[in-house]
Design a binder for this molecule. Sequence first.
Ligand code: NAI
Length: 251
Amino acid sequence: MIRLHNKVVLITGGSRGIGAATVRMFADAGARVAFTYSTQRDAAHKVAEEVSRKGRQALMLKVNIARRAEVQKAVREIKKHFGRIDVLVNNAGIWKRAPIDTMTEQQLAETLNINLKSAFYFCGAVVPLMKKQKYGRIINITSTAGQRGEPFYSHYAATKAGIIGLTKSLAAELGQYNINVNAVAPGLVDTDMTAAALGRRSTRNEIERIIPRGKVATPEDIAGAIVFLASHLADHIVGATINVNGGSVLV
Ligand code: NAI
């Protein structure tokens, strides 16, 4: 049903977690995939090899997404390699505990740069191509934290609320060019990011008890919503935030 055979997709943070699952799912749908990674070259290489084994093309790029010049260079490389970029998924992010009274300037800047500014940089770099193509789909990964806040992670929650603001603004700004901008908001997902928090069985049970669906998401649960938003099935969805959290944001 979902076929993306002639599409080129760019995913940030594709070496593991939600990003890696998204790379694999886009490849399964027939897309050519470029993805960024930061330090985990071996993990990125494994993901790229999996895509090749599916008979699809993958391009992996080491990018410090907090630096605008590096982002612009990466987008130029992808354009040179694939000739176009149809879909951008702003996925890469960090989640580091920092109570407000001890949060350092460095901690604040790191989270703002990686989670929020990077999405501005990628959107700024790909939108000129998408405008020329008169086609584009941008999917930004936010969080339940961006909707209801998160104690001890206020900087993280602020970046994710910022992602929702960016999504709605660009949706209105770019709709006229057939560029749809939407967001996906996961709740807790089983990835390296949450491995420490979910590691203890008792903590996990406690968390799962309060999620209406009774379980933490898999990375594939999130990737499914992302691929759907990139597909023609979602052509009339503009500026939305799709909650993929088993109902956890409701309680
Ligand atoms: P993860 O920690 O497993 O993977 C994060 C990815 O971001 C990695 O591929 C990493 O290379 C990349 N990344 C991190 N810092 C980077 C940097 N400085 N430069 C370039 N790339 C960098 O995380 P996960 O769980 O897959 O999260 C993906 C997205 O989903 C993030 O935006 C996160 O905030 C969001 N999210 C995750 C939830 C969860 O429970 N895991 C819940 C809600 C949102």
